[in-house]
Design a protein around this ligand. Structure first.
Ligand code: C5P
Length: 238
């Protein structure tokens, strides 16, 4: 099964992470390792997840000079991850370097490289304060176009941005969307959430889901419910 659900492994230790992943089936989901878990547990844990046959999204949002980012992306590929990402605001040359770092790998060994556009924590005033006069929505589109032009595979985008990005970027550009909640789920600190089926209908390829699955008493059944929720959905504008 090619699950569209990427479970965010937002744990603070190896033991909690392995306790969780030992309860879920790698054919039923992919997993995301972010900055906290990576900084605590490092590449060794990523390798353990890969060895357990999980498709790993290494969410480290690289942003540096092109040479450094290229080597970081190559290092991610060496770990065997399925997907990794960079900040589109690092610029075209940096994204081209990221893409080129893995371009010659066999398709089965080449991680997808996607971009972060505008962090959803930034509002218009925050962009102005860092010298960006475009609105967040305009800047998301600007940076997504730049990422596509640089040859990247897709972007991380909020649920609110998905439909516009799918229309603008075409069917082959990978859209990965966090902020997913069913009606019965606690929203937590997410500001704008969307249901799993709606996210797929709007054009998302993969949904990042954390606490509704990782904090559940029965993670396997919650994961199954998320898989069920998206199984009948298909993108309208694709
Ligand atoms: O627990 P929850 O489902 O809210 O987790 C969502 C995951 O997606 C977290 O790892 C969070 O850091 C990440 N994320 C997000 N919003 C963004 C980018 C990433 O929630 N704009």
């Amino acid at each position: 099964m090619e699950s569209k659900i990427i479970v965010a492994l937002d744990f603070d230790s190896e033991s909690k992470t392995l306790t969780f992943v030992d309860r879920v089936d790698p054919t039923q989901c992919r997993v995301k390792v972010g900055k906290e878990l990576f900084t605590r547990c490092g590449p060794a844990l990523v390798k353990q997840l890969v060895a357990r046959n999980f498709d790993v999204f290494l969410d480290l949002k690289f942003h540096d000079i092109p040479n450094t980012v290229a080597h970081a992306v190559a290092a991610a590929a060496d770990l065997g991850v399925w997907m990794t990402n960079v900040h589109a605001s690092g610029g075209r040359e940096m994204m081209v370097a990221a893409r080129d770092a893995v371009a010659t790998l066999n398709p089965g060994d080449r991680p997808l490289v996607i971009a972060v556009t505008v962090l959803t924590s930034l509002a218009a005033a925050d962009l102005q304060a860092i010298g960006v006069s475009a609105s967040p929505a305009e800047q998301v589109l600007n940076l997504a176009r730049l990422a596509q032009d640089a040859g990247l595979d897709g972007v991380v985008c909020s649920a609110a941005e998905t439909a516009a990005l799918r229309a603008e970027m075409g069917a082959d550009f990978c859209l990965v969307t966090p902020g997913i909640r069913r009606q019965e789920d606690a929203v937590g600190d997410q500001k704008r959430v969307v249901g799993p089926a709606d996210a797929i209908v709007n054009g998302s390829d993969y949904l990042v889901v954390g606490r509704p699955i990782t904090q559940a008493a029965e993670p396997t059944s919650e994961l199954e419910a998320f898989n069920q929720a998206v199984s009948g959905a298909s993108c309208i504008g694709c």
